[in-house]
Design a binder for this molecule. Structure first.
Ligand code: ASP
Ligand code: MG
Length: 440
């Protein structure tokens, strides 16, 4: 059995849903299809929730109506038979009636999760209606009956596996299953979600839970590219990445895959394929245990980085100094991305400034603290990258005009990270595209 996940743009238009139908009915292997909400829907639901939270019911109502109108047009184009269309209409009214009821009751955090869940519920039900209209035998599996997170908001594959196999065993002869990405139940049994972009995570968890042969993530680009196509002119898809490389890239800003979705596939040894709905025959990117080749494969950039420098002569020949500093970050649940040290100073970077003030205050007794913001981490990712001949020479020769602030090298075999002012990001990515990959 395999998993095929389609993102918001892959189901965002009626003709795209037709393509998805073609893709999932092609092979002989049974498939669990995981769908995101139609593109733009989750953002719209977020703004509806925000408006309700602020007590602005008029605005919330306006947004609900606008979204409903979008779905009314959508089903007209998607469902051509009278029966299909009337089913579509019922689905749309059911979910928008629900939103209109929510509008009338007092708002809570739990309700906002219910609102967010409507997107994936709508996309899967409408898709199911479309399959039915086309006489394609399938089963709609409710994610809320098997996808769950524990009291620490962590999904447990063993629990998911147990519930999902129980559901699947009720449909032994079926070959096609459709389910919602993103949504789940939390430890209190309430509707919750796996955070924005979480449908990839759902797919990977499902793939792990059923020991899928492959977890295919279908988007609108042919795989993970070697550089950010929004910043540089020429990029090329990376053929193969190890899970470690993919994790570094996803974490350091490659937008194509949700970073959390790597671990379930990696731990349960399910290969992941990144494929393009618009160009289904393109090879895409394979993410597997093996890296496939050595050397630099891709660069990614992560913005909004803050650098904190702690300078203290007391650090000289002292032990335990770093521990005390790290404890401050631990206390405020703020993770450190990069770190460099000298004998009398240490610099770290963080991407979350919620507790910055408190952190700086607690660091002050340790020395002179310098805080600077608006940095970007540029991460060069590849296999055995630190052992690749001339890599540092190439890297620094290409970056000669860039004022690099920090370098992290050797921490992992797969990554070299550079900290540059965000104003230099475009230039840095362009120079690396030429220097490391020979592309303009
Ligand atoms: N619909 C959700 C979002 O937009 C989940 C996803 O698309 O992965 O964040
Ligand atoms: Mg999405």
């Amino acid at each position: 059995m395999k998993v095929m996940k389609f993102g918001g743009t892959s189901v965002g238009r009626p003709e795209r849903m037709q393509q998805v139908k073609e893709l999932i009915t092609k092979g002989d292997e049974p498939v669990i299809t995981v769908l995101s909400a139609l593109s733009g829907t989750t953002n719209a639901l977020v703004s509806i929730g925000d408006a309700m939270a602020e007590g602005n019911r008029e605005l919330a109502k306006e947004n609900i109506d606008k979204l409903e109108a979008h779905y009314q047009t959508f089903i007209k184009d998607l469902l051509k038979s009278e029966k299909g269309y009337s089913r579509g209409k019922n689905i749309v009214s059911e979910h928008f009636e629900f939103l209109n009821i929510i509008l009338k009751i007092s708002f809570s955090e739990a309700l906002s999760k219910d609102i967010l869940a409507q997107g994936e519920l709508l996309s899967t039900k409408l898709f199911s209606a479309y399959l039915e209209e086309n006489n394609i035998d399938h089963v709609l599996l409710p994610a809320l009956e098997f996808m769950s997170i524990d009291a620490d908001d962590e999904p447990q594959v063993a629990t998911i596996r147990q519930r999902l196999s129980a559901l699947l065993s009720q449909h032994k002869n079926k070959k096609l299953f459709i389910t919602q990405g993103y949504i789940c139940r939390n430890a209190r049994g309430e509707v919750d979600n796996l955070k924005r972009g979480g449908s990839d995570y759902s797919a990977s968890l499902i793939a792990a839970a059923i020991n899928a042969s492959v977890c295919e993530i279908w988007t609108d680009i042919d795989g993970m590219h070697n550089n950010d196509p929004r910043v540089v002119k020429k990029t090329r898809p990376v053929e193969q990445l190890s899970f470690e490389e993919a994790a570094e890239l996803a974490y350091f800003g490659a937008k194509i895959l949700h970073p959390a979705s790597i671990w379930p596939a990696q731990f349960y040894k399910v290969p992941v394929k990144l494929l393009n709905t618009m160009q289904p025959s393109a090879a895409g990117t394979l993410i597997a245990e093996q890296a496939g080749s050595v050397g630099a494969k891709a660069v990614a950039a992560k913005d909004g980085i803050i650098s904190i420098n702690i300078k203290s002569s007391r650090m000289l020949l002292a032990y335990g100094f770093l521990r005390k500093i790290f404890e401050v970050f631990e206390k405020y649940k703020t993770s450190i991305d990069m770190i460099t040290t000298s004998e009398v100073a240490v610099s770290v970077t963080i991407d979350n400034k919620i507790h910055l003030k408190q952190i700086v205050k607690e660091l002050e007794p340790f020395g002179t603290i310098g805080v600077e913001s608006d940095f970007t981490i540029i991460s060069v990712v590849g296999n055995e990258i630190s052992q690749t001949p001339h890599i540092l020479k190439n890297l620094f020769e290409s970056l000669e005009p860039v004022p690099v602030r920090m370098v992290s090298y050797g921490g992992s075999k797969h990554n070299i990270s550079l900290l540059v002012p965000s104003t230099e990001k475009t230039k840095t990515l362009q120079l690396l595209n030429k220097g490391l990959f020979g592309l303009d």
